[in-house]
Design a protein around this ligand. Structure first.
Ligand code: PMT
Length: 321
């Protein structure tokens, strides 16, 4: 009989949970296409004239947990995608190529400063039947279109959309494994709000759950944490930044410190739900840095100083390896 230590046994248990999650998840329909696009993107952006370039995977938005295979109802996770989209803009400005793994329908890079009016009310058709941007909106729309076009024309932005927890984790795995070759030049910026509990595919009902009197019981299983696998197997040399969101400020920093150590992250961005657009704390193994939005500038965002700091830390990480 094999005798396992407690830590070996718990490692094995975690591995089997992860394997069973992937084995039972419905396969991605466009898996080969995503794999091909990732490969092309990384080949193109990994070096230029012999110089190694940097690529970051930004995850953004919340994952859903379907309750039925032919899904009518699902549990959702709060996240507008603003953090991921805005951070992507600053990472592109800092010279990174960005893989934007994003929840369908959430905020997109370069759209965060657009007017809130529905898209169609930003345009009019003139007498010559040309499409014109309406006067008051034109500056913001033109800037957004121009910056987005520049990033996509240069092949620096690859968008991969997900909805469910099954799609998200399979896509994260594919992305991380293709970024492994980038070594220390890869960064993960894990701002997505990932479901903690889910209904395993094999125990999920096929059809719409019918209404019935009385309470309805459903068994949810814990989603295996993928941060350790990402760190240790998928892309072990990458610079990894995870996020910690809490609503109780008293436990926030303690939880961020715990995540930093437990998952061996290079940095954890701690944020509180109500103040997340004003301030965050960057927690690393030797410091806690409060990062604030510049209140003297009307359009300033906290992601601007945050990304500046992370880029400096990533540079230091590359040079010490
Ligand atoms: O999108 P916005 O509205 O702008 O809001 C931004 C944000 C608040 C969503 C963002 O800043 C943020 O904090 N994102 C992480 C929120 C979260 O769900 O934290 P968590 O404590 O559940 O997870 C911590 C980390 O573990 C995350 O980096 C997550 O990607 C990762 N995780 C979580 C669960 C799981 N099964 N596997 C994981 O890898």
């Amino acid at each position: 009989m094999d005798v396992l230590s407690n830590s070996d046994a718990s490692q094995n248990l975690k591995h089997s949970e992860i394997e069973s999650f992937f084995d039972s998840a419905p396969q991605l329909k466009d898996r080969d296409d995503i794999d091909r696009r990732l490969d092309e993107f990384i080949k193109k952006n990994s070096q230029s004239s012999g110089k190694l370039l940097r690529v970051v995977c930004v995850t953004s938005g919340g994952t859903t947990v379907p309750l039925e295979k032919r899904c009518v109802r699902y549990i959702d996770n709060f996240s507008s995608g603003h953090r991921g989209a805005t951070s992507t803009e600053y990472l592109l400005k800092a010279g990174y190529a960005v893989i934007f793994l994003n929840r369908r329908g959430t905020c997109q890079p370069f759209c965060t400063s657009l007017p809130e009016d529905p898209l169609l009310s930003c345009f009019e058709i003139d007498k010559e039947q040309n499409l014109q941007v309406l006067g008051s909106q034109s500056e913001a729309v033109m800037r957004a279109v121009g910056e987005h076009r520049a990033a996509t024309d240069q092949g620096l932005l690859l968008k991969i959309p997900f909805t469910t927890i099954f799609e998200y984790l399979q896509m994260l795995q594919l992305t991380a494994m293709s970024m492994k070759t980038l070594g220390t030049h890869a960064m993960f910026y894990l701002a997505a709000a990932v479901s903690d509990f889910y209904v395993p595919w094999e125990s999920m009902v096929e059809h719409k759950i019918q209404s019935a009197p009385g309470p309805f019981d459903m068994r949810l299983v814990q989603v295996p944490k993928m941060l350790s696998v990402l760190r240790n197997y998928w892309a072990p040399m990458a610079y990894c930044v995870s996020f910690k969101l809490e609503t109780d400020s008293k436990i926030l920093l303690e939880k961020a410190e715990m995540a930093l150590k437990k998952y061996e992250m290079n940095a954890v961005v701690a944020n509180e739900l109500t103040t997340r657009k004003e301030e965050v704390v960057l927690v690393t193994s030797n410091e806690r840095i409060k990062v604030h939005r510049d209140n003297t500038q009307p359009d300033a965002v906290v992601e601007c100083p945050l990304i500046k700091l992370l880029v400096e830390n990533h540079s230091a990480y590359i040079s010490t390896r």
